[in-house]
Design a protein around this ligand. Structure first.
Ligand code: ADP
Ligand code: MG
Length: 342
């Protein structure tokens, strides 16, 4: 069933920026991520759902009922921000209990719920500490626990891990995904980090300049970007010029199959892992190795081919045999093409 339905949401700020006709359904128990560059309108959508911002037009429904007329505290939503927004002078326990006390929940019930939420984020031992005594990651877990115990119909998370260091950010991704599986909670997650989006989402909404560019599963966003913008924003990609005729596109005179049928100048996208070295002369391109950078289990190899400068990923063992200046031949195992005029 549809838990959250956003219909033609539009908000225009005085500057002319904002969001333009965003429509999106989120299913119950689903984690959907809004992904896009800074300023594309992610927070505007999230704040509209939470009730912190009045849209100009459109509707937002949760479990089939419009929530637009409700103030934030009456909406069945809870929000987690990049800044943790904890009460600095209160203990972790009291930070969590606060919202329940206001709702006049019984003391024994508050105790049960606070402990349950702390267990979910694995912070039982921090109950009596104040936020200042906790690390950034722990503080964000407290903020997450506080949102979880309100048992919102939709949990909204606005770049919640952006302030954390890279290693912790990866741990938090896993934890959030675990929590989501355990609770079955519906979540709308906002990030500008494509790797974060690819790793945690059931579906990703790629946004650009206030609009939805693509709405698909992570796999599909990566493998089948529907626009040059999505292709360039998600993952690493090489862009080359080519010429298409029907189902074929040629690069430096070498033909490759293309999925969509059209004729004219093309932009061709090739992921670094989809460039393969070959000894086969037929159907391959000639190139020269410029640089080999070992990055752990794989290497990033830059190569020149005519006017094209490409990056490819090569397993470490193979990369050790490559020398800069060496002439090689290469081909593409997978490409995406777009009409150049796009
Ligand atoms: P994101 O979260 O994707 O970085 P936002 O939703 O915060 O983007 O902002 C989208 C656009 O709207 C940006 O250009 C931003 O500057 C503008 N904007 C956001 N909030 C306001 C506001 N309260 N007043 C004026 N402009 C705003
Ligand atoms: Mg934002």
């Amino acid at each position: 069933p549809i838990q959250l339905s956003i219909q033609e949401l539009t908000k225009r700020f005085k500057t002319g920026d904002g969001v333009k006709g965003i429509s999106l359904d989120v299913m119950k128990g689903e984690l959907v991520t809004l992904l896009g560059p800074s300023g594309c309108g992610k927070t505007t959508v999230l704040r509209s759902i939470g009730g912190f911002l009045d849209p100009d037009s459109g509707d937002i429904q949760i479990q089939g009922k419009s929530v637009l007329k409700l103030p934030p505290e009456k909406r069945p939503t809870a929000m987690v921000f990049q800044s943790y927004n904890l009460w600095p002078h209160m203990t972790v326990y009291d930070n969590l209990a606060f919202g329940l006390k206001i709702r006049k929940v019984k003391k024994t019930e508050i105790d049960r719920q606070v402990k349950e939420a702390l267990a979910l984020v694995r912070l039982e031992s921090a109950e009596r500490k104040t936020p200042g005594q906790l690390s950034g990651g722990q503080q964000q877990r407290v903020a997450l626990a506080r949102a979880l115990l309100l048992k919102p119909d939709v949990l909204l998370l606005d770049e919640p891990f952006s302030a954390l260091d890279a290693k912790l950010r990866m741990e938090m991704r896993e934890e959030l995904r675990d929590i989501q599986t355990q609770t079955g909670m519906t979540m709308v997650f906002v990030t500008h980090d494509q790797e974060e989006a690819l790793s945690i989402s059931d579906r990703i909404v790629v946004m650009n300049a206030g609009r939805i560019e693509q709405l698909s599963s992570p796999q599909e966003i990566y493998d089948k970007p529907q626009s040059l913008f999505v292709a360039g924003f998600i993952g690493r990609i090489n862009l080359l010029k080519g010429v298409s005729t029907g189902r074929s596109v040629s690069v430096s005179g070498i033909p490759f199959a293309q999925e969509h049928e059209y004729t004219g100048e093309s932009m061709i996208g090739v992921r670094p892992e989809d460039i393969v070295l070959t000894t086969e002369e037929n159907g391959s391109l000639a190139g020269t190795i410029r640089q080999v950078m070992i990055l752990g289990h794989y290497a990033e190899v830059s190569l020149d081919s005519g006017t094209h400068h490409l990056k490819m990923f090569v397993p470490r063992e193979r990369a050790a045999e490559l020398r800069s200046g060496e002439h090689i031949r290469f081909s593409f195992s997978k490409i995406v093409t777009f009409p150049a005029a796009q």
